[in-house]
Design a protein around this ligand. Structure first.
Ligand SMILES: [Ca+2]
Length: 430
């Protein structure tokens, strides 16, 4: 075994000071108050050099993912259809419904996969029992899997084999299919008699890192159990390899608009994961800033990322604010863009939902009316005495301040504190 520098998830970087323009800036990350940065910045002198400096090498492209055929290793029929029965995912005769699943090449969580067949008699999953799977020889950044488990979530160590005889290892696991949580969730499963059981089942995406400095040739799956009642088994449905890139190369994954608001400004949060897939580290001198370009809204809190070493990634929360007249809930095509060294380094095109609905209960609350003052675009949170957020309410009216009715408390005899953000004239206690 050998190790290599790689931290899969660093942290979340939130938007910087309101008003910083995307792309203009130097946004020396060092100076970003409130930014949960990824490391210490390199100082003002270095940061200054970043602005508009397009010399010294541009941004490389990230190679296309490699879809690995698993047909040779499929040893289990996990998927049936109403017409094609006889499968057995979990050892008890239950199966995924092929009618509800993707077919062939499909994109899950921004990664392309070759989804297996549900044709009669087809084997379509590999039960992880320590098989050694040959890989197309290459230098890979990460391995991506579609996985699911029968009779409980399970995981184990997978081993990557390199051409020089060395190895690396990583954990590979998946959720229990019956838990209904995963990147692909379907509304029912087939019983052994071919009838439907109306209960959600799911397949999830999993990922682990490879060492892109070495040529990988194979990987060994964890050893779990053959499908049988009461024993957890890990199934692999698809495998895709992401090759590493040379030089400076960034990728954006998982870009999406959210209905959450950034703490300090109340700006709507758009999230994306920025990944350094290259061989050159990002420093403050590169002036890396992530923002959103979308008609109907403007970026008010771009995210500066002062440091991102090769193999590292960070989840960025960018603050946007809808333009006047844009109704909350408006769907609009846009782009999340990472700029650095005066250039566009990476971009992800997405349909975004602009604005945040007026009220979102994090869970159902008993009604109890109270008065509060809300500022348009500002967020008011209902906090449980222990600090748990029970619900949020956002001012969306036209007036600068208006009176609204808030929902309520956690239950009889369980008062909670109403904690308004800065800018509200007063808070109150229920
Ligand atoms: Ca089948």
């Amino acid at each position: 075994m050998s190790s290599y520098p790689r931290r899969l998830v660093l942290n979340t970087a939130a938007g910087a000071a309101v008003g910083t323009a995307v792309g203009t800036a130097a946004a020396p990350a060092a100076a970003a108050p409130g930014s949960a940065g990824t490391g210490t910045a390199d100082g003002s002198e270095a940061a200054g050099r970043g602005t508009g400096d397009s010399g010294g090498g541009g941004w490389g492209t990230v190679p296309a993912p490699v879809l690995v055929p698993l047909g040779t290793w499929f040893d289990n029929d996990a998927i049936d259809t109403a017409e094609a029965r006889g499968g057995d995912f979990d050892g008890s005769g239950y199966t995924f419904p092929g009618e509800e699943l993707p077919s062939g090449k499909t994109e899950i969580a921004d990664v392309p996969f070759d989804f297996p067949s549900s044709a009669a008699g087809a084997k379509n999953s590999v039960v992880a029992l320590g098989q050694r799977i040959d890989l197309p020889k290459g230098r890979y950044f990460s391995a991506h899997f579609l996985v699911s488990c029968g009779y409980g979530s399970t995981s184990g160590q997978a081993t990557v084999h390199y051409a020089d005889g060395s190895t690396s290892s990583a954990s590979l696991g998946g959720p229990d299919w019956y838990s209904g949580g995963g990147a692909i969730t379907v509304p029912y499963r087939y019983k052994p008699d071919g009838s439907k059981e109306e209960h959600r089942v799911s397949i999830d995406a999993a990922e682990f890192p490879l060492d892109p400095r070495r040529e990988a040739v194979a990987l060994t799956l964890p050893t779990t159990n053959a499908p049988q009642e009461g024993r957890s088994s890990l199934h692999v449905f698809a495998l895709t390899l992401q090759p590493g890139a040379e030089g400076r190369a960034l990728a954006l994954r998982g870009a999406r608009s959210t209905t959450s608001l950034l703490e300090d400004s109340g700006a709507q949060s758009v999230e994306a994961t920025v990944i350094n897939m290259g061989t050159v580290g990002i420093t403050a001198a590169d002036g890396l800033v992530v923002g959103v370009e979308v008609p109907g809204a403007r970026t008010v809190q771009p995210v500066p990322i002062p440091r991102l070493d090769p193999g590292e990634q960070v989840r960025a929360r960018i603050g946007i604010r809808s333009r006047t007249g844009v109704e909350p809930g408006t769907r609009q095509g846009g782009r999340v863009v990472a700029r650095a060294r005066g250039q566009e380094a990476a971009a992800a095109e997405r349909e975004l939902t602009l604005g945040v609905p007026d009220y979102q209960a994090h869970r159902r609350l008993p009604e109890h009316s109270s008065g509060a003052l809300l500022v348009p675009g500002r967020q008011v949170r209902h906090l449980h005495p222990l600090g748990r957020v029970l619900g949020t309410r956002v001012g969306t009216g036209r007036q600068a301040v208006r009176r609204v009715v808030l929902a309520a408390h956690a239950g009889p005899g369980q008062p909670h504190v109403h904690a308004p953000p800065r800018g509200l004239r007063r808070g109150f206690r229920l």
